[in-house]
Design a binder for this molecule. Structure first.
Ligand code: GLN
Length: 481
């Protein structure tokens, strides 16, 4: 259990040799192992390499100008790590060791950060509870009988448990923000194109973004600065200049214009969450922000559009897992078709198969117009709704999730599981930056405040989160030790 307020504090202690990197890594590994029997947050722990790297850094000393040197970071297991098992929580990649690093992983390594382990997730990041992982679900450190959210479940649970201060997740429809909310930590999904997706195992390529999870906004902002930027290996990566997000946090939101969509407080959202979030808005008001109720009329179709478009992209992306190029291959094969069919039947779990079938159907000649094109039109309507609002408002605010963390097995049918994403998917649909910041507790469980920003205006987004965090002062931690 790390007792540091933030990465900057830990970095100072490393520079001043109050703690060595080796001691820090050992402490981190002990904390992870202590919690693993309860949480199952990791698919693999990178013990040997982490200790070797720590020893190397200790020999020369931590560079005072490099915040990340020697800092342990947990990485979601759908991000390629050279020579280290990368499974995407699927059986089909159970023996896959990539031959290259994802760009974000390369950036962490270049900065001297230590990749302490690969975190558990829903299979191929498809899910909202981690229950679809081939490696078993992650447990919520606030209540072990409850889900931690998904799909970046392990990345959120290990930060909430203070094994590490920061981790990386990916967010296609809410997978950073929703588990951040369920675990009482901060999660940031940047604007589409801000962070390179090279080496992220693709799910819905026009939605996927990698982002940061942390105990506080400052660290989430610092980590986002590190991983952002143009990458020639990702054709959708943006060449927009990357500000130092951490340096831009001022704690001043005087005059900030905040829109609060009434649809975010509608049917299906727990009234206790609605009132907690409405109450939280006072914090912004007291700091001089202007708050108005607004409408995002097409956001109510977000889930329907997302669950056509994302599976369509997934069905195409997952074609590459054929038993030949990567990972698992079925035995007792008679011919090529047999190889494909058996490998995919045995290698994919039910939810992944469901998405492949849904997506293939939506893209088929007979239903393409009725489903895929229709959903793409809804996408445009949602994008336009946001464009209109952002003419008048700087950020959009609401709850991150319609409920607090639910119990394992509670969402019996997939549609009730899908509804969990109703408040997060529209940011992915429109490619907008968004974050979840802890707001308080309902029934003893964490609730997240959701903030959505203008494209490439993470500065305003993060500063709003930072100001909220400072005044709201949520400083509770789960008690699992
Ligand atoms: N829960 C959503 C889904 O299952 C989002 C997942 C994600 O963001 N990776 O598609």
């Amino acid at each position: 259990m790390l007792d540091y307020k933030n990465v900057e504090e830990l970095h100072k202690d490393l520079v001043n040799k109050k703690i060595s990197v080796t001691e820090l890594v050992k402490e981190t590994l002990n904390s992870i192992k202590l919690h693993e029997s309860k949480l199952n947050a990791y698919i693999s722990i990178n013990e040997e390499q982490s200790l070797n790297m720590a020893a190397k850094i200790d020999k020369k000393g931590v560079n005072p100008d490099n915040l990340w040197e020697g800092i342990p970071i947990a990485v979601k297991d759908n991000l390629n790590t050279k020579g280290i098992l990368t499974t995407a929580a699927s059986k089909i990649l159970s023996n896959f060791k990539p031959i290259y690093d994802a760009t974000v992983v390369q950036k962490l390594k270049e900065a001297g950060a230590i990749i302490i382990g690969k975190t558990n997730l829903d299979e191929f990041a498809m899910g909202s509870s981690s229950e679809t992982s081939y490696y078993g679900a992650v447990h919520n450190p606030w209540d072990l009988e409850r889900v931690p959210g998904g799909s970046s479940a392990g990345s959120a649970a290990t930060v909430a448990s203070r094994d590490v201060l920061v981790s990386l997740g990916s967010d296609t429809g809410g997978s950073i923000r929703q588990p951040a909310a369920f675990n009482g930590v901060v999660g940031v999904k940047p604007t589409y194109g801000r962070v390179s997706r090279w080496g992220l195992i693709a799910f819905g390529s026009s939605f996927d973004q990698i982002g940061s999870i942390a105990t506080n906004v400052q660290d989430a902002a610092s980590l986002l600065t590190l991983i952002s930027g143009m990458d020639v290996k990702d054709a959708t990566s943006s060449s927009k200049k990357v500000p130092d997000f951490r340096q831009k946090l001022t704690g001043n939101i005087e005059g900030l214009r905040i829109g609060v969509p009434k649809e975010f407080f509608g049917d299906g959202v727990d009234p206790k969450i609605c009132s907690l979030i409405k109450d939280s808005l006072k914090v912004f008001k007291e700091q001089g922000a202007l708050i108005e109720e607004v409408s995002l009329p097409n956001s109510i179709y977000g889930i329907q559009a997302y669950y056509v478009l994302a599976p369509a992209e997934a069905s195409s992306n997952l074609q590459r897992f054929d038993g030949i190029r990567y990972g698992y291959r079925a035995d007792n094969i008679n011919n090529l078709e047999d190889l494909y069919v058996k490998t995919r039947t045995e290698g994919f779990g039910d939810e992944v198969k469901r998405r492949i079938m849904l997506g293939t159907y939506a893209l088929s000649a007979s239903s393409y117009e009725a489903f895929f094109i229709k959903a793409a039109k809804v996408r445009t309507l949602i994008i336009n709704d946001y464009k209109e609002l952002f003419k008048k408002y700087d950020i959009i605010v609401g709850p991150t999730t319609p409920s607090v963390a639910f119990k394992f097995g509670d969402k019996k049918d997939e549609t009730s599981m899908y509804m969990n994403d109703m408040l997060t998917v529209t940011a992915n649909i429109a490619g907008l930056p968004a974050m979840s910041v802890p707001a308080g507790l309902v029934d003893g469980l964490p609730v997240g405040l959701h903030i959505i920003g203008k494209p490439f205006d993470e500065v305003t987004l993060l500063n709003a989160g930072y100001t909220f965090e400072k005044i709201n002062n949520f400083n509770l931690k789960p008690n699992i030790d």
